[in-house]
Ligand binder design. Sequence first.
Ligand SMILES: [Zn+2]
Length: 323
Amino acid sequence: MKLTPYQLSIFNDNAYLFAEQAEIALKKLLEKKHLYQSVEVGSLTFLNFPGDVPNWDFDQWPPERSYHPDDPQFDTELDYTEDAIRAMRWTIMTTPHSPGWFISVKNQTFVDVSLPIHPPPVQLYCKVCKRKTAYNFLLGYDVFEEAPVTFYWNKNESEQVFVLVYQCQTCRSQPEVFLIQRHRSTIDQFTPARLTLTGRMPLETPIIPRNLPKKERKHFRNAVIAFDSGQALAAKFLLRIFLEQYVRGVATNPEVRSIESLFDEYNATLPDDFKQRFPSLKSIYDQLSEDIHAADETPEIFETAKQKIVEHFDAKRVFKISN
Ligand SMILES: [Zn+2]
């Protein structure tokens, strides 16, 4: 494929912008998403130049064949460029890139070029530092890099799987390894690329509020892990176990079979002004039970229940209620 300098400049400028979008998406995926969740790489509206492309100058290149934006051929050039950039494989780079060197073309011909992606630093929770802190990208590669093209380009979908290794820049302890799938349909060129977090080592540590009862907090933690992995129903079940085990643990007779009476007994230990201001654990338990019996996989009740439980135990601390 021959490229004119003009085409090459379009290609380079837009490939750079697309790589920036891809890196923003990667950061969002690692910081905000959990296992099996996805982000989309920004739409290609930024390719609507010249207005949207910084420093775009039509006179910058003495093109062999120039297309004015009013020229119908100009759109064809854009389509071609967009499609080509979307279809490029990504190559993980350990050093940041700068505009200008993106696509190196010998004799204005490119074959099998790839888009250089430099995974940006991210904010993650560090178990050693016990807080959210900056993680630097150490190394990464495409698992299918050496594989034949049919291996990853199948069923009209382009697919890559990246291993990315990050390390806490404060304590430099055990690195965190992420497995990320890049997936996109090649049928519709306007479908954005999708990145999915498909693996993580070690498993993400959810931050558990410190006022929760120590003995039962493992159930709360497991509930959050299940929820973050897309298993809302299992998460509700585990959160219900947390409540059940807690009221059993503080009961005078934990062997009582009726969970209702255990909740009532617990509720009776709370001061009236506390009960007026905060929802009872029993009402939270009942809402979770309703969803579990209906096999309801929607996230809302879990999120509200989780928030109310945290508020309940935070308030107990404020009220200086010991159990
Ligand atoms: Zn650390």
